[in-house]
Design a protein around this ligand. Structure first.
Ligand code: SF4
Length: 236
């Protein structure tokens, strides 16, 4: 009986959540511009929280971060990147020793396999250099659209938007970019964010989602963009 009522409550909560999200109106261009102006005022040069020392170690760190926290990945990669900073050095290290470094990270077995395969492709096909196009990056095992976007943005300064769980939530909640899939949210963000904010938009939105517009309980009372946000169930 208890399990039955818990499941009804859960069902009701997700229905209400879905209803509230579906009824959020789209944020207009002027408000989107002001949203980023305020985030920029607070943090003019936002940075990601993953540790890396060059484009190659960034590819490895982002690939390892799938379904893991940046803090957990950094703990493993700090000593690793003191020894390994190129694809060839990764091949020299080998899969078994790589696993020793990253065994605290979830799914480390399959991630280690992908990192080694990717290092081999980089050595064989790209002379050990990380390519600067999405098409080539996505040829690497363990590198999908989101990882490629992070690398293009952080390593090569391209105005890409990598939609992770934080961007997906903030985009939908605020009305800035409503979409059912990460790709839909990405395309809307690219279209709606003024060009002058695009380079850093991904970091501002991640940090806003991680520390203020949190998944379970958004901190609306502390939010600098509360008056611009169209979320119906603000916690104020
Ligand atoms: S007002 Fe609340 S829901 Fe809206 S962006 Fe701020 S924290 Fe998120």
């Amino acid at each position: 009986m208890q399990a039955f009522s818990t499941s009804i409550i859960h069902h009701r909560k997700s229905w209400i959540r879905g209803f509230l999200l579906a009824n959020i109106s789209a944020m207009n261009k002027a408000n989107i511009d002001e949203f980023f102006r305020r985030l920029e005022e607070e943090d003019p040069d936002p940075k990601g929280e993953l540790h890396y020392v060059n484009p190659y170690t960034l590819v490895v760190a982002v690939a390892l971060s799938a379904q893991a926290t940046d803090i957990g990945v950094n703990k493993a990669t700090r000593p690793l990147f003191e020894m390994v900073t190129t694809p060839q050095q990764m091949l020299d290290l080998g899969e078994a020793r790589l696993k020793d470094y990253i065994k605290t990270i979830g799914l480390y077995n399959s991630k280690a396999k992908n990192v080694i395969k990717a290092a081999q492709i980089l050595v064989d096909e790209f002379e050990g250099v990380v390519p600067e196009t999405r098409e080539d990056l996505e040829k690497l095992p363990g590198v999908g659209r989101k990882t490629a976007n992070v690398v293009l943005n952080m390593a090569f300064g391209q105005p890409t938007i990598a939609v992770d769980t934080h961007l997906f939530r903030v985009g939908n909640r605020t009305g800035m970019a409503k979409g059912k899939t990460p790709l839909e949210v990405e395309n809307k963000l690219l279209k709606k964010i003024p060009k002058h904010w695009l380079l850093h938009a991904h970091h501002w939105l991640i940090l806003h989602g991680r520390y203020i517009c949190k998944a379970r309980k958004p901190d609306c009372a502390k939010c600098r963009v509360e008056d611009l946000c169209n979320f119906k169930a603000k916690a104020i």
